[in-house]
Design a protein around this ligand. Structure first.
Ligand code: C5P
Length: 233
């Protein structure tokens, strides 16, 4: 079985506004709806789980297509960090998922996901022993800032050769992912993506080419850019 898990329990303070980031409107629709619909448009995905905050009052108001509605279930077990939200979601599914089932973890804040990107990830990884993630080779020159505070100034240039930016979905088998995230939490080693927890167990996740449109909405201007891309401007 192949399922999607979308952590959507953050507060998203950097974006401003009254609503958590995943519920901010993009062309009149909550950000979260775009990711759900991308998975619903992928025939291989048999369930879409959305991890929301225990006190969430907003998900019920998200309008979805009939197919998305039928596939989607909320898990009101969001935690203090993305790491905890994903792990809590996996724990809540322990009775219904098999250790060998594939889980595609995707940020609610990446509305640019498409069924074509999901298909590319599945085609690359379904036969892989470990799994992997969508990512993009770093195109810009990277600068490290000086640690002396005040105005940001360059300390040195970081060699970008061989560096990739991690995106989501990140696709791993349920059993391994649960073990990796639980182990990292227990060791007090917070992780910002699933792959780093898997790497810590000595595995090498595969890098599958993502897309610049699958960027993470973080700041208010990102919402404007996402809206332009959506409208094909
Ligand atoms: O804030 P950031 O962009 O890193 O969040 C990435 C994703 O993780 C978002 O979809 C957000 O809702 C989710 N998240 C979560 N629980 C938290 C923090 C973030 O589900 N405590």
């Amino acid at each position: 079985m192949i399922v999607a898990l979308i952590p959507a329990a953050g507060v998203g303070t950097r974006i401003g506004g009254d609503l958590p980031k995943q519920y901010q409107l993009l062309a009149g629709r909550p950000l979260l709806a775009y990711s759900i619909e991308a998975f619903a448009a992928s025939a291989e995905i048999s369930a879409i789980y959305v991890v929301v905050a225990p006190a969430d009052q907003s998900f019920g108001g998200v309008a979805l297509s009939a197919r998305a509605e039928a596939l989607t279930r909320t898990l009101p077990v969001g935690g203090a960090s993305r790491h905890e939200s994903v792990l809590n979601g996996l724990e809540a599914l322990a009775k219904e998922l098999d250790p060998a089932d594939w889980v595609l973890v995707h940020d609610a804040a990446r509305p640019g996901l498409t069924a074509a990107l999901v298909a590319r990830l599945l085609a690359a990884l379904l036969q892989d022993p470990v799994g992997g993630l969508l990512a993009l080779p770093v195109a810009d020159t990277l600068k490290a800032e000086r640690a002396d505070g005040k105005a940001a100034t360059v300390s040195h240039t970081v060699d970008r050769a061989g560096l990739w930016q991690a995106q989501t979905p990140q696709m791993f088998r349920f059993g391994l992912l649960r073990e990796a995230l639980a182990g990292a939490l227990k060791a007090n080693r917070p992780v910002t993506d699933e792959a780093s927890a898997i790497e810590a167990l000595g595995f090498a996740p595969r890098l599958v080419r993502g897309s610049p449109s699958n960027f993470k909405v973080t700041y208010p201007e990102d919402l404007e850019l996402a809206e332009k891309l959506l409208k094909g401007q």
